[in-house]
Design a binder for this molecule. Structure first.
Ligand code: UTP
Length: 220
């Protein structure tokens, strides 16, 4: 199966052991699947972007800085894995090419204007992934931001059309957060990507692939 996994930058905020645990699980998964991993920039990217803004950089410049950090994180994970290509592709075409020689490919961002949420959805579309796994810091998709409203309802399942509506209605509020951004929700919808959003601990990645019901399944 061709799988695209979106891995938030928070993974790289722990020590080497944390990254080693992800690397082991991803090596294991890529023994039986063609695996593409897109990693985020996390705190390091936010720090660099904040500093660059203070120095007068515009938003596109900040995006380039963020992309550079995601690629450093990608390198760290790729170097920790046995099955991954060591070169970090900068485009989807390169990623697809590399996947012909390697069981796993790890990459970061591509071009300015969005986050790795959208990058990973576009990659999933480009490589015709059968499964798009979105490993995030919360345990699924909620009706509202659960950190702001404790009564928010968690969805076990949601259709991609309803996801687009949900994200569009909440993304207008400042600080609102629905784990998936509008662009990736739209890509999931148009490509009918089977998507699972879940809390991205290493053991959860294995559980999701075994079919255990955790997180939220986005149905085409
Ligand atoms: P992230 O995907 O880590 O952004 O990319 P984020 O939303 O802050 O991360 P999470 O979801 O909380 O972990 C870091 C930054 O890199 C730039 C953007 O500026 C983004 O905020 N970026 C990333 C791009 O411009 N294009 C890309 O394809 C990827």
């Amino acid at each position: 199966m061709r799988i695209v996994l979106s891995l938030g930058g928070s993974v790289f905020e722990g020590d080497a052991n944390r990254i080693r645990n992800y690397a082991k699980v991803l090596d294991q998964i890529s023994e039986e699947n063609k695996l593409f991993v897109v990693v985020g920039g996390g705190k390091l990217a936010r720090e660099f972007i904040k500093k660059a803004r203070e120095l007068g950089a515009n938003e596109t410049m900040c995006d380039y800085l963020g992309i550079a950090v995601t690629r450093i994180n990608a390198m760290l994970l790729a170097f920790a894995m046995k099955n991954s290509a060591k070169r970090i592709p900068e485009t989807f075409i390169e990623a697809e090419e590399l996947s012909k020689s390697y069981k796993a490919v790890v990459m970061g961002g591509t071009f300015p204007g969005h986050t790795t949420d959208a990058t990973s959805a576009l990659l999933a579309e480009f490589v015709n992934a059968e499964l798009f796994l979105n490993a995030t810091s919360v345990d699924g998709i909620y009706s509202e931001d659960p950190r702001r409203n404790p009564n928010a309802k968690k969805f076990d399942k949601i259709t991609s059309a309803d996801l687009v509506k949900l994200v569009a209605s909440t993304s207008m509020e400042a600080g609102a957060n629905v784990v998936i951004d509008l662009l990736s929700a739209k890509i999931i919808e148009r490509s009918k990507l089977k998507t699972i959003v879940f809390k991205g601990e290493p053991e959860n990645i294995i559980k999701v692939l075994k079919g255990e019901k955790i997180g939220t399944v986005v149905e085409p």
